[in-house]
Design a protein around this ligand. Structure first.
Ligand code: PAF
Length: 276
């Protein structure tokens, strides 16, 4: 695996190569990321991953400085799954302008996570657009765990006419159901034991809703279960995943999603409402 630290290096290594699969990451790689890279390795001839902790998607009181960084280990893992190039730029390489252009993806980025983390999706959309322009992939891979990010990137690609196919890959979980996430590292031992309740509650609720139970009542019941167990629920909703609109009748595509805090750690998860 080759490492490119500048845009010029990346472009030189990528020159003349076609059928490129791309996995953008912020590092601290786990099975979820590796699964995206494995899929890219199977689907495409040449695989690029980026490792960049993007400062513009963190709010002023968020965890930018303590976000887990483990570049050497990440490179080992990416090389093992067959990545061809790791693009690891510095913030100064990515953000060279003092008056940077930013991208705002309206509507879909403004609700849910967007409401709790103002500006977050502008940072995501801007860096993803920049990475797409730098890497020029044919196919790009994102994890479904970040459901709203998938919707934001889909609209970005559609509205700005990027000639890139997006593939969204289902969430990889721990054996007890907890969705893999770099931020799981922040969980205390007792919070880690409690955390799988988020997934099991989503499963029970999705089952109820798909079987015909009232959506609002089922969601309220799920929130009560989580709150009683010590979670602070930011939102729990049945959504249509392209628009992220809340709906009150399930469809085969709809997903039940939640964000809840446990000991100050925000856990995001979502599942299809239709039985898998
Ligand atoms: O999902 C992530 O890790 C980030 O939001 C992404 C897509 C790499 C952009 O910084």
């Amino acid at each position: 695996m080759k490492i490119a630290r500048t845009i010029a290096e990346l472009r030189a290594l990528r020159a003349g190569v076609s059928d490129v699969g791309f996995v953008p990451t912020m590092g601290a790689l786990h099975e979820g990321h590796l699964e995206l890279m494995r899929r890219a390795r199977i689907d495409t001839a040449f695989v690029v991953m980026s490792l960049f902790v993007n400062p513009t998607q963190f709010g002023p009181n968020e965890d930018l400085s303590r976000y887990p960084r483990q570049e050497a280990r990440d490179c080992e893992l990416a090389a093992e799954v067959g990545v061809d190039i790791a693009f690891i730029p510095s913030p100064d390489e990515v953000y060279r302008s003092t008056t940077p252009t930013t991208i705002h993806v309206p509507s879909v980025s403004e609700r849910w996570e967007g409401a709790f983390r103002p500006g977050h999706f502008d940072g995501v959309a801007t860096v993803v657009a920049k990475l797409f322009n730098i890497v020029a992939p044919d196919v790009a891979y994102f994890g479904r765990k970040d459901l709203q990010q998938c919707a934001v990137v889909s609209k970005l690609v559609h509205d700005l006419d990027f000639a890139i196919e997006l593939r969204f890959i289902e969430t990889i979980r721990e054996s007890d159901g907890l969705a893999r996430s770099s931020r799981n590292a922040y969980l205390t031992r007792s919070a880690r034991r409690q955390a799988p309740l988020l997934y099991s509650t989503l499963k029970t609720t999705a089952h109820r809703i798909w079987a015909g139970a009232d959506v609002r009542a089922s969601i309220q019941q799920a929130i009560n279960t989580l709150v009683t167990a010590g979670f602070q629920v930011d939102y729990l909703a049945l959504v249509e995943p392209a628009s992220m609109d809340e709906i009150d009748k399930p469809t085969p595509e709809s997903r039940l999603m939640a964000t809840a805090r446990l000991d100050g750690v925000r856990l995001l998860d979502n599942i299809p409402v239709q039985e898998e």
